[in-house]
Design a protein around this ligand. Structure first.
Ligand SMILES: Cc1ncc(COP(=O)(O)O)c(C=O)c1O
Length: 497
């Protein structure tokens, strides 16, 4: 913990009423902070002048204390650099005693927390560093991102950030980015809108959560694709809405089934251009059916369009938003797939009438995403780098998919029925009927390889098991290793001869 200027040492408290001299109090407290590890080895202390000023004591007092701690080996001094906690005291450091009582728990979760939180516990993920272990879905090729261009654009703002980058900025997002998004959406998704319709978010996940808060009351019905986007299902149920699974047929979400069998919905969530995770493209007839229902029911449709830009051949179908004359569709896009997920930027296109309410909600929940990042991305888009990157990635991912198919056929024969993707980052590998995909996924994981089971996205059981295999972020050597490990796992279980 080297910190320019030294740590703040807010734990120090000198009592002028005590008979113990200030010098001794300061010495004992600093030594204790070092011994119990609050000041770890290598930690830089503030200068004696700064500390004396902050504690309102004479500099001589602080110098004497530092001298004693230096003499005892608790501190070391580096000429011209400062005073540090000596790394040698590490072996003396005791654990900080924990004197807190644990929070009482019922069935593994704390009583003191909301019911909403209980829904989230099972899926909690502390880190996402398993990216891009093969074959994690939704993972782009990190190594192919044009870092030089990216760094150059960063430098443009790094040295002279204007006030618009240092302040909270506009709740709708940085204006030049919204302008760049208008051009991008028209060009890439055939979606015509104005910058006044766009808000920038930290990703589709935030967008979906905010839309849940904005549009739903407890008890409202949501029709949700099943299998479908897990985070969206949980986000909506977190609002207290009744989230009802709607099956996917060969054309996408089965609106006819929902209308006949389920209570009327206030909101429908769909991934029409590329159903997640079944990779189905919704044909025009079903799109029109869906929009007609939304108009009849006066319901909202959230269109999550997360990877349609990455179409391998020909042109992707235009966004559902473009067909909607009644302003029922709210379009959610993300840069996580076409750039990288750590960027944390996405966008929502919504009827202008909703924008003011959205901004009010944002003011309560958070502030807009970092303006600095938004400015860099605005330039990245406006100068054509994003389009070039997408073109390159389309080609790369199409090639990687072909390679994965060839390797799977070579090492696993016809064990899988492969459903190749027309777009995006993953394909579906259907299992022989009767095999449980969670069991298969678990066996493959034992070999250190991720192959997510389709059931992960499902509420109701699927008629047939499958694995969703991400290929886009997996380079050749890694892919070979992964497929061989997969074949080994299948053989070990006796599923593959
Ligand atoms: C269906 C779907 N939509 C959107 C996203 C992107 O989420 P975010 O923009 O928050 O990274 C994902 C991420 O994997 C996804 O699976």
């Amino acid at each position: 913990m080297r910190r320019a200027g030294g740590v703040m040492l807010s734990q120090l408290a000198l009592d002028r009423e005590q008979s113990t001299p200030l010098y001794r109090q300061l010495y004992l407290q600093l030594r204790q902070l070092i011994l119990n590890g609050v000041l770890p080895p290598g930690c830089r202390l503030p200068s004696t002048r700064t500390l004396a000023k902050e504690l309102d004591v004479s500099r001589i007092t602080v110098i004497s204390v530092f001298d004693q701690l230096l003499a005892e080996g608790f501190l070391i001094s580096q000429a011209g650099s400062g005073t540090y906690v000596n790394a040698e005291v590490q072996h003396q450091v005791q654990q900080i005693p924990s004197n807190r009582n644990p929070i009482p728990r019922v069935s593994g979760w704390s009583l003191a927390m909301s019911r909403r939180s209980q829904r989230y516990t099972k899926i909690g993920k502390k880190t996402w560093y398993d990216y891009p272990n093969c074959f994690v879905p939704s993972s782009p090729a990190f190594d192919q991102f044009p870092r030089q261009v990216w760094n150059k654009l960063h430098n443009r703002y790094l040295h002279h950030p204007g006030i618009e980058l240092l302040s909270y900025g506009d709740s709708r997002g940085y204006e030049p980015l919204r302008e760049a998004l208008v051009d991008y959406l028209r060009d890439v998704r055939g979606l015509v809108c104005r910058k006044e319709n766009i808000v920038v978010v930290t990703g589709a996940t935030q967008a979906i959560n905010y839309l849940g808060w904005l549009l739903l009351d407890a008890g409202d019905v949501v029709w949700m694709e099943d299998p479908g986007h897990v985070a969206a299902r949980l986000a909506f149920s977190g609002t207290g809405a009744r989230v009802l699974p709607v099956p996917i047929d060969s054309q996408g979400i089965d609106v006819g089934y929902a209308e006949t069998v389920l209570p009327q919905a206030k909101l429908l969530f769909s991934t029409p251009s590329r159903q997640h995770p079944l990779c189905i493209t919704m044909p025009m007839q079903r799109r029109l059916e869906l929009l007609q229902w939304a108009a009849r029911a006066d319901a909202w449709v959230i269109e999550d369009d997360c990877e349609s830009e990455l179409y391998f051949h020909g042109r992707p179908p235009n966004a559902l938003y473009t067909l909607d004359p009644n302003s029922r569709v709210i379009y959610v896009g993300t840069l996580s797939k076409v750039m990288f997920p750590g960027l944390r930027l996405g966008y929502v296109v919504m009827p202008e009438e909703l924008v003011e309410a959205w901004c009010a909600l944002c003011t309560v929940m958070d502030r807009p995403p970092p303006n600095f990042t938004q400015a860099v991305v605005a330039d990245f888009m406006a100068e054509g780098h994003l389009i070039s990157h997408i073109r390159r990635m389309r080609e790369l991912y199409a090639g990687r998919q072909q390679r994965l198919v060839a390797l799977l056929q070579q090492h696993c024969g016809d064990f899988f029925e492969l459903q190749q993707a027309q777009a995006g980052l993953q394909l579906l590998a259907w299992l022989p009927p009767g095999l449980d995909d969670r069991q298969v996924s678990e066996a493959i994981l034992q070999e250190g390889v991720d192959a997510y089971p389709l059931s992960h996205w499902s509420v109701n059981p699927n008629p047939r098991g499958a694995l969703l295999l991400g290929f886009a972020g997996v380079p050749e050597a890694e892919m070979q290793r992964g497929v061989k490990a997969m074949a080994r796992a299948l053989r070990r279980q006796g599923w593959l001869s």
